[in-house]
Design a protein. Structure first.
Length: 182
């Protein structure tokens, strides 16, 4: 029986499994080739150099995350649910924070666009919805990654919730004022 050719997705799945089991220290070509029963040449042909592989791992992780936020009865509840869902998914895979760079921005775009759609449906202008979703996404990712890098400093759930509430109230106020000025 012949073996099916290895795919980049299988490499990324194996890398995520190694990260889940051993953390960042376990992620290296030797562990991957052993787990996948392949050569380093095959590995590099499928996913490129280490940086390309890491970008692929982050993209793959975001595609595999359970980012099924449940829109609420209004945009405020939907925004809160969206931010909490992303926050929880990043906390579940803490090593992603160490792997992510500005280059991984595109990995989050599909999820941000889901919030844009909810906001537009709630009556936001598209440009405003994009700004709100982008800023809330930036804050959610940034604050979560900082929490992961400095445990015990700011990573109390009540702080995340308080700041999220401030953001929602500020957005609400800005949107209300914007409608009154028209």
């Amino acid at each position: 029986m012949t073996r099916q050719p290895l795919t980049a997705e299988q490499v990324y799945d194996a890398a995520l499994a190694i990260l889940d089991e051993d953390g960042l220290a376990g992620l290296n070509a030797r562990h991957l080739t052993r787990r996948l029963s392949c050569s380093t040449k095959t590995l590099y042909q499928l996913v490129g150099n280490r940086d390309a592989m890491v970008r692929g791992i982050v993209r793959h992780a975001f595609l595999r995350m359970d980012l099924e936020f449940r829109p609420g009865p209004d945009w405020r509840d939907s925004l809160r649910s969206w931010a909490r869902t992303l926050h929880a998914a990043l906390l579940a895979r803490p090593y992603l924070g160490s792997l992510m760079t500005v280059e991984d921005r595109d990995a989050t775009v599909a999820y941000v666009n889901r919030l844009v759609d909810v906001l537009v449906e709630a009556g936001f202008r598209t440009r405003t919805a994009v700004e709100v979703a982008g800023n809330v996404g930036h804050w959610t990712i940034g604050s979560t990654l900082l929490d992961l890098r400095a445990p015990g400093e700011w990573d109390q759930p009540e702080r995340f919730e308080a700041t999220l509430d401030w953001l929602v109230r500020g957005i609400d106020q800005a949107v209300t004022q914007g409608r009154e000025e028209r």
